[in-house]
Design a protein around this ligand. Structure first.
Ligand SMILES: C[S@@+](CC[C@H](N)C(=O)[O-])C[C@H]1O[C@@H](n2cnc3c(N)ncnc32)[C@H](O)[C@@H]1O
Length: 399
């Protein structure tokens, strides 16, 4: 294969409104008796919980996954269709904070973000929400390393983004003035997640066990000259699965890749842009721009049968096929040492999405156990994924 060199690409770092508001406002008000003031009790539900952001329409898959991963902790799940978030409230309130560390964010496929919350807050006074948020934050933790004022990723909720932006600056300033916001310190971040104009969940996430991005969404620019929007899926996968250092070390000139289901060439384009030599496998036509890079060789072949002459560094696969078939294919490539790592898409069924993904995880684990290959597998429903999830399979790192 040729050695290719191109300019290095930028790496990614990143119901109707009335109904939604009514639902949110109808959430619990009364609370356990404690030493708190009367007003606080009327305006908040001190029911510790975990809050998860998800793509609208995937609340059920996210809820099922949370229930399974939280086991043996049991609790109530709130997963309103098309709300873009899920709340898990353990039956034993004291179990909630433990979940913030026992649940591994990287194990969750359908959650874009997760944080521990002390409970729902309502009736935030429109004239001085910030004062109330500052008071609540003081009760939550001593200091924060960052502040995110967010809402769900739905059309309805996005109308509240202006409010989030308006509140963030004064909230930051007030927390800084009181010494509670210490940027750069190691410690939890503060989340305020608005579910209506006057109601929010406030809570904490720990950077080592959460998404680094605002609303769990990376900000990525559409790569200049890319032949399809699919490019962004791979760019996001690199940002989600590899540290900037790993990207620099492993996506560089001299490295090799096979792209199964490559046409029109968005993924091959991304690999070639980083200087990798790519074999693009597809019976379909590749965009001439991709071939013009000089780094991409087009093979018209069946991606399920194609095998490279020599092992490659990367196998990437975006073929539209049954998820179990793709899962077995990537496991086979890893088991037989044909590649060092895989990034692949699994297309999802309309129903039982969590079960379908879990089955693929099992199929991969079984095949690699048979081969005696120790591996790590991360599966994520990325922002640029629609009815699919993205997997990253690699050998288990020596710690
Ligand atoms: C979603 S598109 C891939 C888009 C591509 N990743 C990009 O960035 O432009 C899926 C591709 O898989 C190809 N495909 C489906 N089954 C295939 C097979 N058995 N062998 C090779 N290619 C296949 C289709 O021809 C189609 O071009």
């Amino acid at each position: 294969m040729r050695e290719c060199q191109r300019d290095p690409p930028a790496t990614g770092r990143g119901v109707s409104p009335a109904q939604a508001d009514r639902r949110a406002a109808a959430k619990p008000g009364p609370v356990a008796a404690d030493a708190l003031g009367v007003e606080r009790r009327a305006n908040a539900a001190y029911a510790p919980c975990m809050v998860f952001y998800t793509r609208a329409g995937f609340e059920r898959a996210c809820a099922e996954e949370v229930r399974v991963r939280a086991h043996p902790v049991s609790g109530e799940i709130q997963a309103d269709p098309v709300s873009g978030f899920v709340v898990f409230s353990p039956h034993r309130a004291e179990a909630a904070k433990g979940l913030a560390s026992s649940l591994q964010f990287s194990d969750l496929v359908f959650a874009r973000q997760m944080f521990f919350s002390s409970g729902w807050m309502g009736n935030l006074p429109p004239t001085d929400r910030v004062a109330r948020l500052v008071d609540e934050a003081a009760m939550l933790h001593e200091a924060f390393s960052d502040v995110f004022v967010e809402t769900a990723d739905t059309n309805e909720a996005r109308a509240r983004l202006g409010l989030c932006r308006r509140l963030e600056v004064p909230l930051r300033d007030r927390l800084k003035d009181s010494g509670r916001l210490r940027e750069g310190m190691r410690g939890p971040r503060l989340h305020v997640f608005f579910v209506s104009q006057d109601a929010a969940y406030m809570g904490l996430s720990w950077p080592s066990n959460a998404s680094p991005w605002f609303m769990g969404i990376p900000r990525l620019r559409f790569p200049k000259g890319a032949p399809s929007r699919s490019s962004l899926k791979l760019v996001e996968a690199f940002a989600a699965f590899l540290s900037p250092d790993e990207q620099a070390r492993r996506l560089r000139p001299g490295a090799t890749a096979v792209d199964l289901g490559a046409a029109p060439g968005g993924w091959s384009f991304e690999l070639a842009r980083r200087g990798l030599a790519v074999i693009a496998v597809d019976n379909g036509r590749l965009d001439p721009k991709v071939l013009a890079s000089g780094c991409v060789t087009h093979m018209r072949a069946d991606g399920f049968r194609f095998r490279p002459r020599k092992p490659v560094d990367w196998m990437v696969c975006d073929m539209v096929d049954k998820p179990s078939r793709v899962a077995l294919l990537v496991a086979e490539w890893m088991a037989s040492g044909m590649c060092r790592a895989c990034i692949f898409n699994l297309k999802l069924p309309m129903k039982k999405r969590f079960e379908a993904v879990d089955l693929c995880r099992e199929l991969i684990a079984e095949r690699l156990a048979l081969a005696g290959t120790a591996f790590e597998l991360t599966l994520k429903h990325l922002y640029h994924d629609r009815e699919e999830v993205t997997g990253y399979l690699r050998p288990r790192s020596r710690r």
